[in-house]
Design a protein around this ligand. Structure first.
Ligand code: GLN
Length: 489
């Protein structure tokens, strides 16, 4: 059952080939069998999953089920889940039980017609407060890549991708502030989509950098991703940055022809720094797109080399402000025995936050401080505008932009932990989309030395349907995405 697509699972449930309870139990058994090696879950919610599955079976029997009713999923532990620990990968929130659900949790899990009726298996491991590219900053320990247990799965959504790649969940939610859906999808042979900023509600999603954070999906195919993104998307009056605009039919759009689709190849994304093996695979993917009737065009995104430095001013600035609420008084970890209020703040934050989070808070506080604000923060906002304008210009002539997702394949655990800048450079191809607010996705395009490589598609605002369509057409013509890691068949 763990190898079936979401459409096949939904059909199987409707045909009574298996019940939602049997389906949930199958995945819970796989988690029990394999997750010791992977560490992809922070919490497994077996009891609640079976309650939700029974409700799904009742809805299926009564004919009130929605398309995804009874399909299991993993939720990244950044989304508030009522009555269930929501840790965000941090000691700070180790004992935090959310008093309410994030909007996307309700949308995906509430019974139909309020929600999609999906069944939560548990909360996926992640980098602490979503800061990282390797899932090594989690308070709960590193996640292992199912393709090679000595390597990282990427981050920050490392638990989400490891669980799906190993067949411990059919699909998972994830979030992307600078690449945390796409880069881990690339490193684990999954399809991951970060929609347009404002397409999916951020209500109840623990904030890292509010102007960049966006929720999305990691799945085994563009088709699976389309189903789940459909159910997650839409206007939410509780999120002031949510966009009030109808959601396209992502599933219906999958089968359209891509003849005449104009694909732009930004020269900056094919410059030095890209692994030669990955480059060869991406060039083959471009040929495949031409064979499917797309046309390719050389373009330039001249400001893209500035995206990493811009991000590492904007994101820490917003993080330092968002994380100020964790003070040992209102939420989360509280140091014991503090004598003064100041000591309580200092010790609670010093004990509750890990090294990378503290580094970001310090950088953020510095760039926002009097005397440095204009030189760093304001300047970064101006460069951000230039990056957006690059894309605006590009989308006047092309429909999609294609390039690499990551600089290469998954690296060894521990190999970049002593060099934060080397770690930050992982996101050189992904960050620009967050700064511009446009949708972007990663999909598998082959293997180098047995390790997966992903390619990235970026589109204009609200072009998720077109991107998923282009990804699906490629996946109909190729079988890279169907490969799964040997130890987890
Ligand atoms: N790797 C980037 C960072 O560490 C992006 C993380 C993310 O997208 N959440 O900030």
């Amino acid at each position: 059952m763990h190898t079936l697509s979401i459409a096949e699972l939904a059909a199987g449930l409707r045909a009574r080939k298996f019940s939602a309870r049997e389906l949930a139990q199958t995945f819970l058994d796989r988690i029990a069998q394999h997750d010791g090696a992977l560490n992809s879950f922070i919490s497994v919610t077996a009891e609640q999953a079976l309650v939700q599955a029974d409700a799904a079976d009742a809805a299926l029997a009564a004919g009130t089920a929605a398309a995804l009713t009874g399909i299991p999923l993993a939720q990244k532990d950044i989304f508030c889940t009522q009555g269930v620990r929501t840790s965000c990968g941090s000691k700070m929130l180790d004992s935090f039980v959310a008093p309410y659900n994030a909007t996307i949790v309700d949308k995906l899990q509430a019974p139909s017609p309020q929600g999609a009726g999906m069944v939560m298996l548990g909360k996926a491991n992640m980098d602490e407060f979503a800061m990282g590219s390797s899932n090594e900053t989690s308070f709960y320990g590193p996640v292992k890549n199912p393709w090679d247990l000595e390597r990282v799965p990427g981050g920050s959504s490392g638990g989400s991708v490891a669980a799906v790649a190993a067949g411990l969940a059919p699909v998972a939610t994830a979030t992307d502030t600078g690449g945390s859906i796409r880069q881990p999808a690339s490193l684990t042979n999954l399809t991951g989509i970060k929609p347009t900023y404002g397409r999916v509600s951020r209500y109840g999603m623990i904030a890292f950098a509010s102007s960049l954070d966006q929720a999305g999906v990691v799945a085994r195919s563009a088709e699976d991703a389309a189903y789940v993104l459909q159910a997650m998307s839409g206007f939410d009056p509780r999120d002031s940055t949510s966009v009030d605009r109808p959601v396209d039919d992502y599933v219906a759009a999958l089968n359209g022809s891509i003849k005449g689709l104009k694909i732009g190849l930004p020269k900056e994304y094919f410059a030095e720094g890209l692994d030669p093996g990955a480059r060869t695979l991406i060039e083959a993917a471009i040929k495949q797109y031409e064979a499917l009737g797309a046309t390719v065009h050389d373009i330039s995104l001249p400001s893209s080399p500035l995206s990493v430095p811009t991000y590492y001013v904007v994101a820490p600035a917003e993080a330092s402000s968002n994380l100020a609420r964790f003070d040992g008084v209102r939420y989360g970890h509280r140091a014991e025995g503090a004598k003064t209020l100041e000591e309580l703040y200092k010790r609670s934050r010093g004990e509750g936050f890990g090294a990378e989070v503290q580094r970001r808070i310090m950088i953020g506080t510095y760039v926002l401080s009097h005397g440095y604000f204009d030189a760093y923060y304001l300047k970064a906002q101006k460069v951000r505008r230039l990056i957006y304008e690059d894309f605006k210009r590009a989308f006047e002539t092309v429909d999609l932009v294609l390039g690499p997702t990551a600089t290469g394949t998954a690296f060894k655990i521990g190999s970049k932990t002593d060099d934060p800048v080397a770690m930050y450079m992982n996101d050189i191809y992904t960050i620009a989309a967050n700064l511009a607010g446009i949708p972007a996705m990663s999909l598998p395009c082959g293997f180098v030395d047995g390790l997966p490589v992903g390619m990235q598609l970026m589109g204009n605002f609200f072009s998720e349907a077109r991107m998923l369509n282009a990804a699906h057409q490629y996946q109909l013509a190729t079988d890279f995405h169907k490969q799964s890691p040997k130890g987890f068949k």
